[in-house]
Write a protein that binds this ligand. Structure first.
Ligand SMILES: *[C@@H]1O[C@H](CO)[C@@H](O)[C@H](O)[C@H]1NC(C)=O
Length: 431
């Protein structure tokens, strides 16, 4: 018991002590700095930049020898753009830093883009600038947007960043802190038609007087069209004052208790239909800050595969056998005929692949397709005919099959046989 208590205290100390710096290669994106784009639209310029997340807390088991702290250039360079994000007492914790720290070793591609952020005239303060930084880790489906606020430069500043016109610290970096962030643990989700889905979106903010309103809006965009799914408004002090949820899509909800208590703005969507597919934009507005995340929802439904008949008796003339793939989503499906003669052990792809019907779309948005095969008399009895269907919603191709049966001896021969036996019997008796 005692050792357990000691161990617990020890590990607690380790958590508190283990901090690391995460350094990310970023680009500063600026709009319309150069002369207008080719077609008069906005043009963007990209300048290499560096983002340093200072002193982020890491798991106790991290070996500190492997975590080298960020060392600023020995000679400050006014052309370099280095944003240092300090872990101040009031700034919120950055989610998934462990993943960012090990992205390189795990071959995860991290994208990082930053731009200057305007808080609007009413909230402008002299000497304070804001940045918006988008970070996404591709394979893990994690993404976040940070809103950073510059910290006052310590001591007399002599250096000014050449591109941004902002004073640099002695080490040639811009010191900032996180004031607001919006993130998604999974920015790509798959769900089956008619099922339910939860799309994750969360936010964290600087510790501040809680009497602030937070607005959450979910929009859906698909194939160039967009519409509102749901909108909520609530006060972060937990009073029911001003709290409202406007649900535009039936069966969508955001839990306001969780918005206030945990900064969880996830949306719940029930009874998914094909029209729910697309890119969901989760926008969170808090005071002068506004940031969003895009979460993609893909829908699927595996096909039901069925042959047109249960048995097939060999005949001299060709017979039609159909294979039906029903109620699948999305559209792409592959249907294939295979034959397994009694002499073989492995089926081979049939030379004749039959003819496909046109796709049929059902009221729920799912599709059906049939393939018709003319089975010739050259397919011997005992052959297995297989219909194999591949679809994105199936882990492995689905097969249905039947065996070509021998034709039964005609009843005419039965009668003749019976007569012969009867005649022979009487012949024996009369003898
Ligand atoms: C909202 O979340 C709270 C806390 O997790 C939970 O107790 C409550 O049942 C949820 N409300 C709804 C309507 O789901």
């Amino acid at each position: 018991m005692l050792t357990r208590v000691i161990l617990f205290i020890f590990s607690l100390k380790c958590v508190c002590g283990n901090v690391a710096d995460v350094v990310l290669a970023c680009s500063l994106v600026e709009e319309g700095v150069e002369l207008g784009g080719l077609h008069g639209g906005p043009s963007f310029t990209r300048t290499p930049a560096t983002l340093v997340l200072k002193d982020v807390a890491v798991a106790a088991e991290e070996s500190l020898e492997l975590l080298t702290p960020f060392v600023p250039p020995s000679v400050p360079d006014p052309d370099a753009i280095i944003l240092e994000v300090k872990a101040t007492a009031s700034s919120p914790q950055i989610p998934n830093v462990d993943m960012l720290l090990h992205a390189d070793c795990n071959d995860l591609e991290v994208t990082c883009e930053m731009s200057q952020y305007s808080v609007g005239e009413a909230h402008k303060r002299s000497g304070v600038a804001h940045f918006m930084v988008s970070v996404s880790v591709e394979a893990s489906r994690f993404s976040m947007v940070l809103i950073l606020q510059t910290l006052a430069v310590e001591g007399p500043s002599t250096l000014v960043q050449s591109r941004l016109g902002l004073p640099l610290g002695l080490s040639g970096t811009l010191s900032t802190e996180v004031v607001f962030l919006v993130f998604s643990q999974r920015n790509s989700e798959s769900a089956q038609l008619k099922s339910d889905a939860v799309l994750h979106c969360g936010f964290r903010r600087q510790e501040a007087p809680p009497a602030q309103d937070v607005g959450v809006e979910w929009r859906l965009q698909h194939k160039g069209r967009g519409w509102k799914v749901l909108q909520t408004q609530t006060r972060l002090d937990g009073t029911e004052q001003n709290a409202a949820v406007h649900e535009e899509r039936r069966g969508s909800s955001v839990n306001l208790t969780q918005v206030v208590a945990e900064g969880d703005a996830s949306v719940f969507l029930s009874n998914l239909k094909v029209r729910d597919e697309g890119s969901y934009i989760c926008s969170v507005r808090l005071g002068p800050f506004h940031a969003q995340q895009i979460i993609r929802l893909h829908l699927f439904q595996p096909p039901q595969v069925l042959l047109s008949q249960e048995k097939l008796v060999w005949k001299e003339e060709p017979q039609t056998l159909s294979c039906h793939s029903a109620k699948y989503y999305p559209l792409d499906v592959q249907m294939e005929w295979l034959l397994l003669p009694p002499s073989d052990t492995e089926p081979t792809v049939s030379k004749d692949q039959g003819s496909l019907s046109s796709h049929r779309q059902h009221a729920d948005g799912s599709y059906s397709l049939a393939s018709h095969l003319a089975v010739p008399s050259t397919v011997a009895p005992g052959t297995q005919i297989i219909c194999r269907v591949s679809h994105r919603a199936l882990e492995a191709p689905l097969s249905v099959s039947l065996l070509v049966e021998k034709p039964q001896a005609s009843s005419y021969w039965w009668i003749v046989g019976f007569l012969i036996i009867t005649v022979l019997f009487f012949y024996q008796v009369m003898k």
